[in-house]
Write a protein that binds this ligand. Structure first.
Ligand SMILES: [Fe+2]
Length: 347
């Protein structure tokens, strides 16, 4: 048997990709550019705005995504860019409606592994996440979706249709998702580390996870810092699931730098929001500035099901004149809420 340990099985070696290699695309202008920074149209349609943490995550209450007009969708895009992820419960969105809704934000992203080209079915994750196989395949690790692609997704929507119950219980519990702000992760680095990371390149690879679809992205060198095209905020663009080393560093330098980044991310409870799913709830996140992780295990994984749709983002850009989150917040006008301005360091 060839390479049983590495995953290079006969089947993988014989695999002929069905799609041609992916080429760079120019997505249409980000819809958030068209939004009123005060988001009056969107916010007048909701009954409540719940900021779930200071740095990331807002829930909009009393509104149906299926009823939003073009203007409100543009304002929602800006809110998502600013807050990382925006949540809704009790949505009447159908799968068809979700496809239509997603189209507003750009060109439909095609996951390299999805069967239906319009969405990905997301299921539960269980098993022993601490086993060697799982740990080495980044099975349950934080990630931003498809960062190894030339155009990783920007606006990404997950609608959960079925929620799980722990084994032996009838209480819906388990399968939560957590998101961490990468703009805040960058902001919290010392100026010395910020500068250092701005001068490096992370090597993103899908090979260890999607070994038979490496033509969908293969290996990409990119800065571990990116600038959001609309807010111009600088964000860490770290991804422990797909970054395999740092191009400019020697072996152990790279290893320990990545270990530092992983610890920086995994200890960032203050920059993180955790969402408990209920059937019909939706999360819309900006995959460029928020990293996420499905909390695995402890429930019947077959009972969790969601549909994910996304649009292609720009090829990640870096603008040295971009702003850190703290700088951006200092420049905000108070009536450009809803961004929490109190409770943050220095405010
Ligand atoms: Fe994901």
């Amino acid at each position: 048997m060839i390479g049983a340990h590495t995953g290079l099985t006969e089947k993988v070696l014989a695999y002929k990709p069905i799609d041609p290699p992916v080429e760079e695309i120019q997505p249409p202008k980000d819809r958030a550019f068209f939004a009123d920074p005060r988001k009056k149209s969107l916010l007048s349609a909701v009954t409540d705005i719940k900021h779930l943490t200071p740095y990331i995550g807002t829930e909009l209450v009393g509104v149906q995504l299926s009823q939003l007009n073009e203007k409100q969708k543009d304002e929602l895009a800006l809110l998502v860019a600013e807050r990382g992820v925006v949540f809704f419960r009790n949505q009447d969105l159908t799968l068809e409606g979700q496809h239509e809704f997603t189209k507003h934000f750009g060109i439909q992203d095609k996951d390299p592994n999805q069967v239906d080209p319009r969405h990905v079915t997301i299921l539960g994750r269980g098993g022993d996440i601490r086993s060697y196989e799982h740990a080495s395949s980044a099975f349950a690790e934080f990630h931003s979706d498809h960062s190894f692609e030339i155009n990783p997704p920007s606006y990404t929507l997950l609608r959960i249709v079925k929620t799980p119950e722990p084994l032996g219980s009838n209480i819906p519990l388990g399968g939560d998702t957590i998101w961490t702000s990468q703009t805040a992760l960058f902001d919290k680095l010392s100026p010395t580390f910020q500068k250092t990371f701005e001068g490096l390149h992370a090597v993103h690879s899908s090979e260890h996870i999607f070994i038979n679809t490496i033509n969908s992205g293969g290996t990409t060198f990119r800065l571990p810092v990116r600038t959001h095209p609309v807010t111009e905020q600088k964000a860490l663009f770290y991804n422990p699931a797909f970054v395999i080393n740092i191009a400019e560093l020697k072996g152990y330098e790279s290893l320990h730098t990545l270990n530092f980044l992983r610890e920086h991310l995994h200890s960032a409870d203050d920059l993180t929001v955790r969402w408990h799913w209920t059937a019909g709830s939706v999360a819309l996140w900006d995959n460029r500035v928020a990293i996420h992780r499905a909390v695995p295990g402890g429930y019947n994984t077959e009972e969790r099901e969601g549909k994910r749709t996304a649009v292609f983002g720009e090829k990640p850009i870096y603008n040295p004149k971009g702003k850190t989150l703290s700088e951006w917040l200092r420049e905000r006008k108070r009536d450009e809420l809803p961004v929490i301005k109190t409770g943050l360091d220095g405010f």
